[in-house]
Each structure stands twice: as structure tokens, then as C-alpha cells.
Design a protein around this ligand. Structure first.
Ligand SMILES: [Zn+2]
Length: 154
């Protein structure tokens, strides 16, 4: 029988290493498990399971809604459908591997001057806001099109 104190201390060590609470690590792990399960169901059956707490509570999509479907379409090379699901997620599919490569190869970028950094933060905030507006106004139609046209589903 496994020692429960061992798994608790492992969880605590992971949480301490990440600088977060152990409950947060459990929550994120369960959420990732649910996301992977929902993605697997989507890939096998084509049926989308909405996991967005914001959308379930308000009825409106959040800024990241459609992101998983956008990423799946983008990976398959279907950029048009990826964009309709979530433009920001579509762009991130290409930027995140680039960022990871910079980190893996320890490529150092020069620090931005404070004004340029503030401008970059403002631009990113505006892009996230525009993405949210786009998702809120286009995602329901993209979902209806995917349901009515099986060929459109990834
Ligand atoms: Zn959402």
C-alpha cells in the first residue's frame, strides 16, 4: 500500500519549487486532466465539451475559448478554421515553440527600456482585448458551422 505522506510531501515539494500553494497544484493538475480528457473526446467523437467556467457562468465565451480547437486545427494546417475558433491561440501555436527554443538554447534578448516595456504590455493587453471581442462575436457561429458541417470539424 502506498504511503500517503510520501505523495503529500512530493506534492508539497513541487508546489514549493513552483512557488505556489499545494492546493493550486492539485487544482491545475485536475483541470489539465479534464482538459486532456475533453480534448481526447473531441478528437475521437468530434463532440465539443465546454470546460470554460466563465462561459458556463455567463453564457459568453472568454478570451481563450476555442483555443484548444484552434490549436488542433493549426497543427493540422487548417489555419482558416483555427483563426475562426481563436486568433490569439492560432498565433501562439507558432510563437510558443519559438519561445521554447529561445529558452532551451539560452538565447538572451536585450532588456526593453521602461517606456518600450510599458508600450509592449499595452499592445499585448489591446491584442488580448481584441481577441476576446473576436471570440465573443465569432466563436458561436464557428461552433454552429462545425456542428452543421461535419467536414469543418478537425
Ligand atoms: Zn473560455
Amino acid at each position: 500500500m502506498p504511503d500517503p505522506s510520501h505523495s503529500t510531501s512530493s506534492l508539497s515539494r513541487i508546489a514549493a519549487r513552483l512557488g505556489v500553494d499545494a492546493a493550486f497544484v492539485v487544482f491545475v493538475s485536475l483541470w489539465l486532466l479534464a482538459l486532456c480528457t475533453a480534448t481526447a473526446i473531441y478528437l475521437v467523437t468530434g463532440r465539443h465539451i465546454d470546460m470554460c467556467a466563465f462561459r458556463l457562468a455567463t453564457g459568453y465565451p472568454c478570451a481563450t475559448c476555442g483555443g484548444t480547437r484552434a490549436a488542433l486545427c493549426a497543427v493540422k494546417g487548417d489555419l482558416a478554421h483555427a483563426w475562426r475558433y481563436n486568433p490569439l491561440a492560432t498565433v501562439l501555436v507558432f510563437l510558443l515553440p519559438l519561445y521554447a527554443m529561445l529558452k532551451v538554447f539560452h538565447v538572451r534578448t536585450p532588456p526593453l527600456p521602461p517606456r518600450a516595456r510599458a508600450a509592449a504590455v499595452a499592445i499585448v493587453a489591446i491584442l488580448i482585448g481584441l481577441n476576446w471581442w473576436y471570440v465573443a462575436t465569432h466563436l458561436p457561429a464557428a461552433e454552429r458551422a462545425a456542428v452543421t458541417s461535419p467536414a469543418a470539424t478537425p
